[in-house]
Structures are given as C-alpha cells and as structure tokens.
Write a protein of this length. Structure first.
Lengths: 96, 426
C-alpha cells in the first residue's frame, strides 16, 4: 500500500478495537443533540463517530480513540456520560 | 502484601506514573502500578519526542536502556502554502552528543519498557485494570476500586492522563474545557529505515523533528513530524473550539496536509499503520489546576495539565517524568500523610518544573494570533514565489512587490497588533 488519503473508516481500520458490544462507554442523549445548533462533535471527533443521519444525531462508540474531545467541547450537554471502556476493551495502539 | 495495603497505588503507567512507581519501588516502597490498557502504552498517543534530561533525573544513564528511536539533531520549521512550502532546517549535531538532548519515541514500546523497569525494582504492575473510583474514609483517600475489587494504600497517585477522571472524582478540579486543550490526530507511517535516513539526510541513529504551520485551514494549531526507527509520526494539533466553528472535519484537514506535495514526498511509498487521537493541555502554566493534592492523593503528568508549547518546542513527557519523580520524592520524605501534598508542590518547584512552565507562561496567547496559522505562512510563501520566479518577463521592483504581497494578506494595523501581542507573549 502506498500513501493515500484515508477516509475516517479506513484510518480506524488500521487500529485494533475490542468492542464491548452493547455496553457503550459514552452515552449521548439524542434529544439534547436535536436541539443543539453548535454541534462541535461533528467536526472535532478524530474518529468522526458523530454524524447526522436522516436529520438525527447518531453516535457509534465502536471506533472511539478515547481522546475525550467530544466531552470537553460538547456545548449543550448531549454527552451525558463519558467513561473509559471497561478493562481489556476499546482501542489498542501498537505504536503511537 | 500481608495486610493487603500498599505504600502507594499509582494509577496510569505512562511516563508520569512509571517515573513515580520506579523511584518509590527503588527505595523499597511497596507499589501497585495500575494500567487500563492491555499493556503499558497500549492506550497512549503522543507526538513523539522525549527530552532526555528527565530520564537522567530519575536515574543517570537510564536512557541508555530505554527503547528510544532516533536522537534529534535536525529541527525544522515549515510554513505551507497551498502548493508551496518554505522550510527552515537547523542541524545541530551538538544536540546528539554526550547525552543526546532528545529522542523520538514510540509510546507502545517506551511505556512498556518503563513499566517493566518498575517491575524489576519490585513494583507490582497490573495491566488491563481500569480504576473506577476512589475509596474515601474520614475525608482522606485511602484506596481505589477496580470493579468489585478494593485496593488500599497510604497514597494514591493519579497519573491517569489529560482527562483525569480521578482528579475530578477527588474534587480537585472541574473537567477540562475545550479552550484549554488541543486535539491531536496522528498517523504512524511505516517506511524502511534507510529510506528515512536518506530523505531527511540523517545517519542511522539521528532524527528530525519538524513543526509546520499553514496547514490547519486557519485554525489555531500546527503539524508535527518525527522520524522514528522504521516509521514516521505525522500529525496535527488543532484548537477544537475553532475547528468546530470552522465547520470542516479535522480528520479531513489532516488528510489534506498529509497529501500536500511537500509532505507526501517525504512519506511516499510508506504504509499507514495506525491512526490515533489525543488531547493536549494547551494553557501552559495558567492551565495548572490550583489543587493538585488532597490527603491521600497526588496528581501528576498530563492529569495535572503539565505541558509547554512554544510553537517550536512541545513538551509533555519530560514534565510528566519530572512530576512523577517529584511525587515520589515527596512521598519518601513525608512523615505524615498531611505533609505529602505540600512537599509535592515544593518538589515541583525544586526540580524546576513550575519555573520551566512559568518561563513560558504567556506563550499560549500566541495561539490567539490566528493570522499565524494562515495569512503569515501564505505571505512568506508568496514572497518566496515572487523572489524565485524567472519567466522572462520584466519583474516588478522587488521592494514594491514584496510590500504589495504583504498588503494582500494583512494590513499594517494587523501586523502591528499581532507583533505587539507576540512581543507581550514571549
């Protein structure tokens, strides 16, 4: 493979994720997000896990890099709970 | 542990936690070092340069055992235009002599090594352990909880990183805010070692560190590039609040930077092997929480928001190591549990950490001069373009044209106010 522009999905596929199925470590209240106009999460999440689909906020915790940016930038409190994934789950970096 | 209690529990096996655990264990203290990743370093992301003096403070010569990458002898500053780039390349081979000043590092191997050093000094290291809560008795922190398990110690050292949920749980400080941090994204790109040496004009153990501006779509922030052994770390740190207002995704801006012809040429033929994201404390001295301790607990490293970013120099890991050492020294010296906190603050002074941060205390204001991230790099590139263009046409008078280029990008009033702001910041 040579160097090319990576989509967020391609970039995340480089990492190892052990997904704690059914047990998200970040809880997003979509009703709050529906009223939020700023929505910084759409632009600042390095993994681009916050997206608008059919006019609704969606959040996918599986590819989370555990950086905390969504929590510290959230303006309206839609990120109601932010924890680290349970032990042995989440992202594993081989280099970084 | 006969009575199931430790002298110290250190939460987080990054540079701060390891430096603390190592020093305590070496002095014969019983230490439990907990790491939430499957191994130390597995959850950690950094740009990738460690200033060696910090390891030397922990133990002279220790750096020689560490899995460091390349000793940095070339410092480069790059200003990018859309299809142009201007780079200042400062080679200083003195930086590589004796105890080399700094090394590029890869956290997965660095942190794992540091944790194993703690283990060899007798610390108990437990990975895949997420600390959920603190145990508090009579207003004093006496231990931690991992799920159902409760573990006790005379002191808990929170080395749990920039998000420090433990420091928040202890009521020492509120959560970080978007304006106080940068969000960094990074790709690690694998390339044969010889290719890296050739492209950057390096001997095999030498390395380059590069910072770049003009690649953030006008958002406060900049890029970095470090040469490792067999890989290159490439990333950008953005101000997240500005990024959100800007309305373009940071991952996309980073990809554009990566594909800039002047960057792409350096990583061409390589393979992206990892993508990381991380928060960086950006407020420097003013970002340090007022309270870094309470009875039974100390906060070290990123958790204490220790960081220096001058634009040219980015420091975090060295400060983390020094703060871990300061915590260990305070714990060793204290006769009662109430003494530990004040002794820690005293050690942070004595080891020079706070004064180092004070020396750059206003530098974060430079990040507020937004034209540094777009207009000035563009201006520099346009002047270069003008000066190096030969196309057979009669060129306009040089000084007049340069002034015109300046005027096209910024007003004299803006230059004056930015210059004044920069002067006041440094």
């Amino acid at each position: 493979m040579s160097i090319k522009r990576l989509s967020p999905e391609d970039a995340l596929a480089l990492n190892r994720f052990d997904v704690d199925e059914g047990n998200p470590h970040i809880i997003v209240d979509k009703a709050i997000c529906a009223k939020c106009t700023a929505r910084p999460c759409l632009y600042v999440c390095p993994a681009r896990l916050y997206r608008i689909k059919d006019g609704q906020m969606t959040f996918e915790f599986a590819g989370c890099l555990e950086c905390g940016t969504c929590r510290v930038t959230c303006t309206d409190g839609g990120v109601t709970s932010w924890k680290y994934p349970r032990a042995s789950f989440g992202v594993t970096f081989r280099t970084s | 542990m006969a009575d199931d209690s430790f002298d110290a529990i250190v939460v987080g096996a990054g540079p701060a936690g390891c430096s603390c655990a190592y020093t305590l264990a070496k002095e014969g203290k019983s230490v439990l070092l907990l790491e939430r990743g499957n191994s130390a370093g597995a959850k950690n992301v950094s740009g990738g340069r460690l200033y060696t003096y910090a390891l030397e403070m922990v133990e002279p010569g220790m750096y020689q055992r560490a899995p460091l990458q390349r000793k940095i002898v070339r410092e480069q500053i790059m200003m990018l235009g859309s299809n142009t780039a201007m780079t200042v390349d400062y080679a200083d081979y003195g930086f590589g002599e004796n105890v080399p000043q700094s090394y590029s590092v890869v956290r997965a191997s660095l942190d794992e090594w540091f944790a194993s050093e703690c283990e060899s000094q007798g610390a108990m290291v437990a990975s895949a352990q997420l600390v959920d809560d603190l145990v508090v008795e009579d207003g004093k922190i006496v231990g931690i909880k991992c799920g159902e398990d409760e573990m006790r110690a005379n002191i808990v050292v929170a080395a749990d990183g920039v998000n420090s949920l433990l420091g928040q749980k202890a009521g020492l400080f509120p959560d970080t805010k978007g304006h106080a941090v940068g969000v960094g994204v990074k790709e690690t790109i694998e390339l044969p070692d010889e290719v890296i040496s050739q492209r950057f004009a390096l001997k095999e153990d030498e390395g380059t560190a590069r910072v770049a501006i003009g690649c953030t779509d006008g958002i406060s922030g900049g890029a970095f590039m470090y040469t490792n052994k067999g890989s290159i770390s490439l990333g950008i740190v953005f101000n997240p609040e500005q990024a959100a207002k800007n309305g373009r995704h940071i991952q996309e801006i980073f990809q554009e930077f990566k594909m800039h012809p002047a960057i792409q040429a350096l990583i061409d033929g390589g393979t992206s092997i990892e993508y990381g994201g991380h928060l960086v404390p950006e407020m420097g001295y003013h970002g340090i929480p007022k309270k870094l301790h309470r009875e039974g607990m100390l906060v070290v490293g990123d958790a204490a928001q220790f960081g220096i970013n001058t634009g040219l120099i980015i420091r975090g890991m060295d400060l983390a190591i020094v703060s871990g050492l300061a915590a260990a020294k305070a714990i060793l010296a204290a006769k009662t549990s109430t003494e530990v906190g004040p002794l820690y603050m005293q050690q942070l002074e004595e080891l020079g950490l706070l004064n180092n941060m004070k020396a750059y205390s206003e530098f974060h204001n430079i990040l507020g001069i937004t034209r540094i991230f777009k207009e000035y790099p563009a201006l520099a590139n346009q002047i270069m373009h003008f000066m190096f263009t030969v196309d057979g046409k009669v060129p306009p008078p040089m000084l007049k044209q340069i002034l015109q280029i300046v005027k096209n990008n910024v007003s004299w009033g803006q230059i004056a106010s930015d210059g004044w702001k920069a002067y006041r910041s440094i």
